[in-house]
Design a protein around this ligand. Sequence first.
Ligand SMILES: C[S@@+](CC[C@H](N)C(=O)[O-])C[C@H]1O[C@@H](n2cnc3c(N)ncnc32)[C@H](O)[C@@H]1O
Length: 280
Amino acid sequence: MNYHHAYHAGNHADVLKHLVVLAVLDALARKPAPYFVLDTHAGQGRYALASEKAGKTGEARAGILRLVRHDFTRLSQDLRRYLDAVRPHLSQDHYPGSPQLIADALRDSDRLACCELQPEPFGLLKGLLAGDHRVGIHHRDGYDAMKALLPPPEKRGLVLIDPPYEAQLAEFDLALAALRAALARWPQGIFALWYPIKQRRSLQPFLRRAATLPAKSAFVVELNVRPDDSPLRMNGSGLLILNPPWKLDQSLATTMPALSAALDEGGGGWRLEWIKREQG
Ligand SMILES: C[S@@+](CC[C@H](N)C(=O)[O-])C[C@H]1O[C@@H](n2cnc3c(N)ncnc32)[C@H](O)[C@@H]1O
């Protein structure tokens, strides 16, 4: 396994993923009952933007660092929420990964379980969040954890699946199988699977299979910063959301035009498409 998220932290894909995750958590927090989050591929939790790895790719410069400098005429609620969550970390020259952002959002009775397979990011994540009584950090396979930790006693919550896609298309097989099994254990859970977009048409088989998952409803939200015509670059990314919270589609539809305008490198765009609707 060669993947190191430190090269990519704060890029356009992180921005989309983290903005959507926070919007889901805010929807869950509208009810007082505690919620549970499983972050299956957690990473190290927080990334130094001045590190050698971050400097090599400059991906944050075209992502979060561009977004914070953008002159928005009006900030949507989701954008404001995301920027407010990220700014305290940026002021310390760090970008927060999903475990940090989720931990910052939890209320006292909510819980987060993070899984990370590689020893180095696992150790860093433990150092960062082990003192937080609401957070469990597991050195284990995230897909296995979907069997072991679901359904949670809280009965409500989110599973974020953010794999590195080193296995390319085979990762979709793993993720879809894990989602199918997890829905059988926890049909009312909210699930968010992140995926990269190089050439969008190659995603069609995955999206067709995703629509057959036994969730009540599902949509995809995608952000492309360039045309999706090159198989060699990550031109955009998307999230498949199963059982999305009520009106999440509407709030994202308000946010995405501004997000897309801020991060566009020429010829990009965004889309939100329901692939499965709740019956009646
Ligand atoms: C894209 S990064 C995660 C980024 C993180 N979710 C965030 O938003 O900040 C993927 C991480 O998954 C880890 N990983 C790879 N395969 C895994 C597996 N089967 N189970 C758990 N972690 C895995 C990698 O070491 C890497 O740190």
